[in-house]
Design a protein around this ligand. Structure first.
Ligand code: FMN
Length: 304
């Protein structure tokens, strides 16, 4: 019998727990040339804001040991064009679309989500509370009461599930997680990037024009796993885990630590077909272990 990879989050069924991560494949257009996006459990789109943004000038990415640093600065087409062009493009695929939303302040999140409320193909919104690369971007990420208020205000205007995406750049991630749950979030995703820096010793300049950036890739996986594990013990709502996932082994680690679904980010730059390979390998693993439904693995870590 073929194992069942489907998972339910916020009352919505996903054919498998493999989603793409925001900002690592734009609005899906380029990735659709590599594989059929309908094979994904979900596709999380690049953060959108009320108005289009150019982002920071290049260089805005740089490679590091086992990872990369980026300071894109939320370059995006703005919500109007997103709905007209990008969401329209994604409508043709049989996958869940999770629209990632960012804002300079609370009101911007509410405005963008209110516009998305009328687009049924936006199955869920994911609130980016964690962009380390824009001014004021960290305020909501690090302030529990502001995070709670932002979720609850978005819940008033958006009728489908809301995910809060958490930053690792905080003192205690469980406090923010609990606040988002109290605000009514149906799920949490973690982690976003860790603040980092790289320096060119010839020019004495930082390698990014923003000076600092967000570290992603395999280098951050242990941090992400520890945070998923910690948050899993602190909240009741489902967790979507991400940070450095490259293969099915990584995915299983996240599921055991408490994630019900995962997102693939930086790995797409190395091997765009990573999600497809992972789905295939997960099926093999479950068959071998005689596990009928992948959800049976969630939180099954045997701690000491
Ligand atoms: C180039 C790049 C752009 C990103 N842009 C966004 C973004 O717009 N919104 C967001 O919530 N996260 C963004 N992220 C963070 C990823 O979604 C993810 O949280 C992070 O990279 C960790 O996962 P990974 O190690 O699998 O890449 C970006 C990451 C990268 C590498």
């Amino acid at each position: 019998m073929k194992p069942d990879l489907s998972v339910v989050i916020g009352g919505i069924k996903f054919k498998n727990p493999i989603w793409t991560a925001s900002g690592t494949c734009g609005y899906g257009e380029e990735l659709a040339e590599v594989f059929d996006l309908s094979r994904l459990g979900g596709m999380v789109t690049k953060s959108i804001t009320s108005n289009p943004r150019e982002g920071h000038p290049p260089p805005r990415t740089t490679e590091t040991v086992s990872g990369m640093l980026n300071a894109i600065g939320l370059a995006n087409v703005g919500v109007d064009r997103f709905i007209k062009e990008k969401l329209k493009f994604l409508e043709r695929f049989n996958t869940r679309v999770i629209v990632n939303v960012a804002g300079a302040k609370l009101q911007e999140y509410v405005e963008v989500c209110a516009q998305l409320a009328d687009c049924p193909r936006a199955d869920m919104v994911e609130l980016n509370f964690s962009c380390p690369n824009v001014e004021a971007g960290m305020a909501i990420a690090t302030n529990a009461s502001l995070a709670e208020k932002t979720v609850s205000e978005v819940k008033k205007v958006f009728p489908r599930p809301v995910i809060a995406k958490l930053s690792p750049n905080v003192t205690d991630i469980t406090q923010i997680a609990k606040a988002c749950e109290a605000g009514g979030a149906e799920a949490l995703s973690l982690i976003n990037t860790l603040i980092g820096m790289a320096v060119d010793i010839e020019t004495f300049r930082p390698r990014l024009t923003n000076n600092t950036g967000g570290l992603s890739g395999p280098a951050i996986k242990p941090v992400a796993l520890a945070m998923v594990h910690k948050v899993y013990k602190a909240v009741k709502i489902p967790i979507i885990g991400l940070g450095g996932i490259r293969n099915y082994l990584d995915v299983i680690e996240f599921l055991l630590c408490g994630a019900r679904a995962v997102q693939i980010g930086t790995a797409l730059f190395v091997e765009p077909e990573t999600p497809i390979k992972i789905i295939r390998d997960l099926e093999k693993y479950l068959s071998r272990k005689k596990i009928e439904n992948i959800q049976e693995l969630v939180g099954q870590l045997r701690i000491y």
